[in-house]
Every structure is written in C-alpha cells, then in structure tokens.
Ligand binder design. Sequence first.
Ligand SMILES: C[S@@+](CC[C@H](N)C(=O)[O-])C[C@H]1O[C@@H](n2cnc3c(N)ncnc32)[C@H](O)[C@@H]1O
Ligand code: SF4
Length: 363
Amino acid sequence: MNRRVIPLNELSAVPAFSSAPGAPRGYVVDRLARPLRDLRISVTDRCNFRCMYCMPRTVFGRDYPFLPHNALLTFEEIERVARLFVAQGVEKIRLTGGEPLLRKHLERLVERLAALRTSDARALDLTLTTNGALLARKARALKDAGLTRVTVSLDALDDTLFKRMNDADFPISSVLDGIEAAHAAGLGPLKINMVVKRGTNDSEIVPMARHFRGSGAVLRFIEYMDVGCTNGWNMAEVLPSADVIDRINTHWPLVPLDAHYPGETAQRWRYVDGAGEIGVISSVTRAFCSSCTRIRLSTEGKAYLCLFANTGHDLRALLRDGVTDEQISDAIARLWRAREDRYSQLRGQAAGGPRVEMSYIGG
Ligand SMILES: C[S@@+](CC[C@H](N)C(=O)[O-])C[C@H]1O[C@@H](n2cnc3c(N)ncnc32)[C@H](O)[C@@H]1O
Ligand code: SF4
C-alpha cells in the first residue's frame, strides 16, 4: 500500500496565483499551462466488488487495512474544500471511490455540493461513477439531491463472466436494474464504462455495443491501465481502442465526432445508422495528458495531481488545523501551479516506483 504524503508547506516557494495576463483572480494554471477544471472526490476506499483489475481479492482480502471512519473527510470538510476548489476554477465534480454508494447518506453530500456555484454563478456539473449494484435503490434520492448525471461501470453482459470479473458474485441483473432506475430518475444521458482486458472480456465488446445501441446511453471502452501496483498489469492484456472501433465498425459502421470540449478524455464515434454514439478512452495508446485538467481528492483528504502519482498532498491536515479559507486556497493554487505530471505520455520512460491504488484515489 502506498500512501506517501507531501506536506503542503514544502510548496511554499511556488507563487499562489496565476500571473497570466488578463487572467481573472482564481484562474490557476499548472506548469504545462493546463487550467484546473475537474475535481474527483473519493468518498470511500471500500467496495462491494473485487474487480480483478482494481481490487484483486488476493490483496484486498478480509484483513486489508481500509481507512478507519475518523480518517475520512466528513461531508462538511468535503463541502468546504470543494467550494475552495470551485473558487480556483473547478466546474465539474465527480464522486467516486471505492464504491461511492457505500458511503452512508451520500445524497446529503450531493445536496451540499449541488448548492455550490462557480464565480459566474453557474451550477456545477455534478456526477458520480458507480458499479451500479446499489443504484436501483439510490437513483431517485441522488437525483432529488441535485446529482446531474451518473456513469455506470459494466464490463460484461454475460452473467458468468461478469461475476468472474467482479469476484463478489453480483449478478448482471443488479447493474442493469440500476441503469434502468438511473434512466427513469432522469440521471441521463448515462455513460456506461467498460474496461477491456484482452483475453478476458474482449468477446463482450460487440454484445455490449448491440445492447446499448439506440438506448440513449453512451457506451465507453476504457483501455486497461497500469494504475496502482496490485493488478499485475501487462501490455499484452491491453486491447488498443483502435481495435475496439474496428470490431464494432464491421457490424455497425462508425464515423468520428468532434470532442464536446477541449480536454475530453473519450474520443467520440457515431453510428452511421443513427443509433447513437460510443466513446473510447485510450489512456495507454493515446495519452491525453496535455489537456488533463483533473485533480483527485482521496478519501482521507490527500490531493493527487495525477492518476499515476505516488504522492498525495495533505489537505485534511489544513482542514483540521483551523487554518483559514484563504490559506487553504493558497495551498491549492500553489499545488496546481507546481504541477507538471504527465505520466501516460511518459509511460515507459518515467521513473518507476510505487503508485497509489485506483480504489484509494478514485477512478
Ligand atoms: C475505481 S472505480 C470507482 C467507482 C466505482 N466503484 C466504479 O467501479 O464505477 C472507477 C472506474 O475506474 C475503472 N478502473 C479501475 N481499475 C482500472 C484499470 N486498471 N484500468 C482501467 N480502468 C480501471 C473502473 O472500471 C471504473 O469505471
Ligand atoms: S472498479 Fe469500482 S467496482 Fe470494481 S473494485 Fe474498483 S472500485 Fe470496486
């Protein structure tokens, strides 16, 4: 387990605010000129699944030292720090984990975050990534609390394969019911994320495309990534997104679409016959670091500047040490302005070393 932390005072040499000409106060950019726009908040490091590529049961077993409750940021702390991130330019917040729906009364946090406004008084794009198993029960309350959309992870439609991949005996019906409930509650347009592992579930690419074509949901294929240190990743199990597109294209012709906005992680494709669109997230074969505007807040309040980082920056210490909002804002700005992470671009050249687990930092 790697949870190395850098005290924020080590960053004191970096100026707090951008001096970019004409940039409004609060507009902060990193060393590669990337603005801070997205905040991903992990609300728990626990999960009811044991996906082999994320929390293999051999590592995350009965004795695994998950965080004690008092280590987790409270909803008040999350709201406060989120508000300060929004003041620095964040426009989109995604709740994740672990499995975020395991966090008790999550809708109360959603309600607090939904009330935040950007500096020009806009509501945030407030979303959640879930494995879907508890979604049927929670979708309505989440919508009522102000959640904008959900993304559901789903790696197979075949029940046996799905159970093998989640390694917790959850049937596919639990997730499909969750997707249905989210749709009915108005949490769409839904995104469905499928991690593709060559030789494990690539046979499900076409059945998944068939199932979600014409449903209004956007199916997105994610290349299997070398996050963390426990999933035994190797390049031979990565199926490049280009192959995914080829396989679907032979059944239903596709044409590329423009990105919705600069920095969109997925490349978009449209079915020529009008049955909707799909996306591919090619973080291994086509890194998108140059437009990465994301920061991640771990369950215990450490900020990570990259999914592949090996060190976090302790914001919880500041939140619990009685420092002012302004001091925390300055710390966030310094942190971002010192950022030069671009792991995926450098993959293979970058110095190795332990990386934080996806279930801890949030996907
Ligand atoms: C860590 S999960 C957390 C949220 C929730 N439990 C879920 O599964 O949607 C977030 C996303 O990360 C993806 N993920 C986890 N490990 C991955 C890996 N090694 N490569 C690519 N995606 C991964 C999951 O499939 C999921 O879509
Ligand atoms: S991918 Fe999500 S559902 Fe699967 S083990 Fe990781 S946190 Fe849990």
